[in-house]
Design a protein around this ligand. Sequence first.
Ligand SMILES: *Cc1c(COP(=O)(O)O)cnc(C)c1O
Length: 383
Amino acid sequence: MSALASITAAPRTAPARLTVDPAAIAANAREIASRTDAVVMAVVKADGFGHGAVTVARTALANGATWLGVTSLAEGIALREAGLTAPVLSWLNPVAADWTAAVAAGIDVAIGSLAHLEALLATPSTDGARVHLHLDTGMARDGAEPSAWVSLCRTARRAEQCGRIRVVGLMGHLPCAGDPAHPANTTGRTRFAWGLGAAREAGLRPEHRHLAATAATLTDRRSHHTLVRVGAGLVGIDPSATTPLAGALTLTAPLVAVRRVRGGTGVGYDHTWTAPGPTTLGLLPLGYADGLPRVASGRAEVVVRGRRRPLVGLISMDQAVVDLGNDTAEPGEQVTVLGPGTHGEPTIHDWAGWSGTLPHEIVTGLGARAERVVLRQGPRGLA
Ligand SMILES: *Cc1c(COP(=O)(O)O)cnc(C)c1O
């Protein structure tokens, strides 16, 4: 005899739903803008940290931000195509990027190496390109090494004098700003100050100097300079854990089936969990392909009928099983997988903890197959 005593299919397939709440993004933007005298750039890379780049951009611009930041030029061009006219900076592009398109779309570009600058200068139709020179202030990632900085500044200045480009910004990025006491913050600030001085000696007079992302914006005014680049904070993530910010995502899905099983029933691949006694199992149509990390198996919880319930067994690609104990639930009932946490549901921080990762990775991985819904907003929400 089968272990399942009963199985009921959901009356109709309702997709998983990822809901974005612009009011939360608006509140976060206002909180951040109130903490600095600098210009706020809303960083909307990776589709606005999975929340929708245009939604986050419009909401942030209506609530104190005046600039937009992205990594690739393609992301910047998509913002322009959506009708956004605010200044946009794109900071990560290959040497062979479409520099002409950047200038045509009015997108500022960060330049972190002489090779990039030479490629830009060798491209026709790039007169007037707006450039932010990027100094590596401790990441060993993007940005020019200090040994290459002076020649980068001088070359940029010569191109500026010829009318080819305008250096409008100088930027750095701090590697350890989530920990305000980390010595790399001092090193980074010091190196940036040196870089600003060297640029000045080369004759550059950019209007913007920027070093801080979310964590430094919230913890260290000395890093603010004229502009702060804030991404995570807009969507409720404070890497410094000093400021309560609002989560803006809710992920729900209906139970697609409910079954009663006997004690001793192994659940899912490899039977990593066995029912200790008779219990009721619910089936969720969400798995690691939807952004629920498989590594969270055995730890993650969801909310069914207002109660936290554990996911049991291994999270599959498309499915996960929730243990409902002796409670009943009907197929079609909505399960909250994560949300802002205001009703006891797990948050992106909980999921990050269960997965040994950052909330950033949770939000950018979620919902490839979910229906996306953006809540309506009052006048301050969406521009
Ligand atoms: C992603 C990124 C930011 C935004 O960082 P948050 O911590 O998400 O605010 C700022 N600057 C650079 C260079 C980035 O790559």
